[in-house]
Design a protein. Structure first.
Length: 359
């Protein structure tokens, strides 16, 4: 009986935590399109890519048509792709840096590709962006303009996500609600899908070379920048670019295993808020058998499920369908199981497969 009552209590907790997560998200400053008249500093856009040929057909049309009032160079760093990644980039007139040597000892793949890109470009500002992003014509110029106007050392954007299926959408909504539940405790986070940084700051701080062996290189870089005293701003960049994070359910599960297990190490005790939220969202699945067995009054089930649904509703509505929040416990199950798998993989030093490599 006691564990059924605990499940009800946990479920009800999901609502205030979910509302706090929504408040934290809304507090992110929103990047607005800026009317830019003056010339902007030279910009280098670096795309680390490994088997991304399909995504590049969407990315490059958005980059080669950028309305950027200044010098701009685009470099794709081909990280030993087995598909036509390099050829697709070349077909758009994009310069390609193909990594010939094997991954050096002590480096993870993406930090190495990003750092090699930085070494082989010259822009005063550097933008690291992923191959699965698609940019608006004014998003990147507006980010550079904003950083200059506020005398920032860098800007990172939380992008609009365009999942391919309802299950991916549900899972990501749940994951982001959990992430923003403790956002203030994690202000050093950067989003690797869009990291804009002054070249001088990148190299002075050590950049990705200083976090070469980190599984979550963007989070590690953000922590490095914060502890080094640099000024970065995380912003809502939903109008600047969108992204499709995963190409399949298997890819999604691997990605969430990597993110779920990796974030715990960076957030420390504050990760408890994320864990508490996701556990609370799952709790109606324990309340239901308690009601069916007569251990709980029947009305506790709609209270339990309703709390979880309402906690996720703002995220589901924003991503396309508020009705999807009714399946919040399912999203929580996927998040918890993938994070648990990631933790077990790290505990037994098996590594989590990502882009054909264990991380």
């Amino acid at each position: 009986m006691a564990h059924y009552r605990k499940s009800v209590f946990l479920s009800v907790l999901s609502l205030p935590i979910g509302l706090a997560a929504e408040r934290n998200f809304r507090r992110l400053p929103r990047l607005q399109a800026q009317p830019i008249i003056n010339q902007l500093p030279a910009l280098s856009i670096i795309i680390p890519a490994r088997d991304e040929a399909q995504n590049l057909h969407s990315l490059f049309p958005s980059l080669v048509t950028l309305d950027y009032p200044g010098d701009i160079e685009i470099l794709l760093v081909d990280d030993h792709s087995s598909d036509s990644t390099a050829q697709v980039a070349a077909s758009f007139g994009v310069r390609v840096l193909s990594l010939e040597e094997e991954l050096p000892q002590g480096w993870k793949g993406k930090p190495f590709a990003c750092h090699q890109g930085a070494l082989n470009t010259t822009g005063e500002w550097i933008l690291f962006t992923d191959a699965d992003t698609v940019h608006s014509s004014c998003g990147i110029p507006s980010a550079v303009y904003y950083a200059i106007q506020l005398r920032l050392d860098g800007v990172s954007l939380f992008l609009k996500h365009q999942p391919a299926s309802w299950l991916e959408r549900l899972t990501l909504d749940t994951a982001f609600a959990g992430l923003f539940a403790n956002w203030h405790a994690s202000r050093f986070l950067l989003n690797g899908q869009f990291i804009l940084v002054r070249r001088e700051v990148y190299f002075r701080s050590g950049g990705f070379e200083s976090v070469r062996n980190e599984m979550l290189e963007d989070v590690a870089l953000g922590n490095l920048m914060e502890t080094s005293g640099y000024r970065f701003q995380m912003m809502n960049g939903g109008n600047a670019a969108h992204v499709r994070m995963y190409s399949s359910y298997e890819n999604m599960f691997q990605g969430l295993s990597r993110l779920g297990s990796g974030m715990l190490g960076w957030q420390g005790i504050w990760a408890g808020l994320t864990v508490l939220y996701v556990t609370a969202v799952v709790s109606p699945l324990v309340t239901l058998p308690g009601v069916l067995k007569g251990k709980l009054k029947w009305f506790w089930f709609p209270v339990s499920w309703g709390s979880a649904t309402l906690s996720l509703f703002p995220w589901s509505r924003r991503s396309g369908s508020g009705k999807l929040a009714l399946l919040a416990p399912l999203g929580g199950v996927i998040i918890l199981s993938s994070a648990l798998l990631g933790l077990l993989s790290r505990l037994f030093k098996r590594g989590i497969p990502w882009k054909g490599r264990p991380v």
